[in-house]
Design a protein around this ligand. Structure first.
Ligand code: NAP
Length: 287
C-alpha cells in the first residue's frame, strides 16, 4: 500500500517559511506585499480558487484584493486593467484568474503583466527562464509537483518520468522542470490516447504525473509496482472532488501517491505565495 504525500503538511511548511521571509523584508520595505486577483466573468470555480488564495495570503502576511470585471470585458479592456496594476507601486503581484469569458485569451492577458509582477510564473519571460534553468518565479502547479518530490527525497536523475497532459500551465512547464533535473521525460496528450499508447507509457513510469481533467481516468493496471504517482486533477463528480487517478486502485501499486483533495492543490497555492514573496524581495532589493 502506497504512502501518502501530504500536500497540506508540505503547504504548511512553505507557508511558514514564506511568512518568516516576508516579515524580514517588511521591516525595511515598509509596505506589505500585495497580490491582486483580476476576475472577469467569475463563476463558482473561480470563487473557490480565489477564496483559497485569500485564506493562504492571510496566513503568510500578503495583502490580497480582487478586482472584478464584467463578463463583457474585451481583451484590450483587460490589458488596460493590467496596465493600471503594473504601474501601481503598491501592487506587488497580479493573477489573471481562470476561467475567463469566451473569446478572452488567458496567455495574451498574462503576457501584458510586467514579468516582475507575474504571480503565476506564466509570463513568456518567466517561462523562458525555465529553459535557461534560472527560473525564479515559477508556474505554480509544476512548482508544487517539483517541491513535493523534493520534500519526499525523490532523486529524478535518469528516472522515467511520464506526464499525461501538455497544457501551458501544467504539463509543458513541468516537462522543462523535469528535464532540468535530468529526468528522462515523456509527455503524453490526446494524440497519445488516440493512438492507444497512453497505458503503455504510464506503465513505464517511475514517476507518473497526471494532469488531464478526466475523473479517475488512470486505473491501477496503468501503474508500475512501486511508482510515484502525482495526481494534479481536480474534478467535481456529484458532491465529491476526485483526481485524474483512481486512487484506491493506484494506491495498491504505487510506493507514494498524492491524495485529491489535500495533495497538489494546497501546495500550488503556497507556491503562488512563494512567488509573491520572490516578487516582493526582487522589488525591494537594497531598500
Ligand atoms: P487543460 O488545459 O484542459 O489540459 C488538459 C490536458 O490533458 C491537455 O493537454 C489535453 O490534451 C490532455 N488530455 C485531455 N484528455 C486526455 C486524454 N484522454 N488522454 C491524454 N491526454 C488528455 O487542463 P489543465 O489546466 O492542465 O488541468 C488539468 C487538471 O488539473 C484539471 O483537472 C484541473 O482542474 C487540474 N488542475 C489542478 C491544479 C492544482 O492546483 N492541483 C492546478 C491546475 C489544474 P490536448 O490539449 O491535446 O487535448
Amino acid at each position: 500500500m502506497a504512502e501518502l504525500i501530504d500536500g497540506r503538511e508540505i503547504a504548511r511548511q512553505i507557508n511558514a517559511a514564506v511568512k518568516e521571509n516576508i516579515l524580514k523584508i517588511r521591516s525595511s520595505a515598509g509596505r506589505p506585499p500585495r497580490l491582486v486577483s483580476l476576475i472577469a466573468g467569475g463563476g463558482e470555480d473561480a470563487e473557490i480558487y480565489v477564496n483559497m488564495q485569500k485564506r493562504t495570503a492571510g496566513l503568510v502576511g500578503v495583502e490580497f484584493s480582487t478586482r472584478t470585471l464584467g463578463a463583457d470585458i474585451s481583451q484590450d479592456g483587460l490589458a488596460e486593467e493590467i496596465e493600471k496594476l503594473n504601474s501601481d507601486r503598491d501592487v506587488t503581484a497580479i493573477i489573471v484568474q481562470k476561467p475567463l469569458p469566451e473569446g478572452i485569451d488567458h496567455a495574451t492577458a498574462v503576457s501584458r503583466i510586467m514579468p516582475e509582477k507575474d504571480a503565476e510564473g506564466l509570463h513568456p519571460h518567466n517561462l523562458g527562464r525555465l529553459l535557461r534553468r534560472d527560473a525564479d518565479i515559477v508556474p505554480c502547479t509544476p512548482g508544487a509537483v517539483m517541491k513535493m518530490l523534493r520534500v519526499r527525497g525523490i532523486d529524478l536523475y535518469g528516472k522515467e518520468v511520464v506526464i499525461i497532459g501538455h497544457s501551458a500551465i501544467v504539463g509543458k512547464p513541468l516537462s522543462l522542470m523535469m528535464l532540468n533535473e535530468m529526468a528522462t521525460t515523456t509527455v503524453c496528450h490526446i494524440a497519445t490516447a488516440k493512438k492507444g499508447k497512453l497505458q503503455a507509457h504510464a506503465k513505464g513510469a517511475d514517476v507518473l504525473v497526471v494532469a488531464v481533467g478526466k475523473p479517475e481516468m488512470v486505473r491501477g493496471d496503468w501503474i508500475a509496482e512501486g511508482a510515484v504517482v502525482i495526481d494534479v486533477g481536480i474534478n467535481r463528480v456529484g458532491d465529491r472532488i476526485v483526481g485524474d487517478v483512481k486512487f484506491s486502485e493506484a494506491a495498491e501499486k504505487a510506493s507514494l501517491i498524492t491524495p485529491v483533495p489535500g495533495g497538489v492543490g494546497p501546495v500550488t497555492v503556497s507556491i503562488l505565495m512563494r512567488n509573491v514573496l520572490r516578487a516582493y524581495r526582487n522589488q525591494n532589493v537594497g531598500v
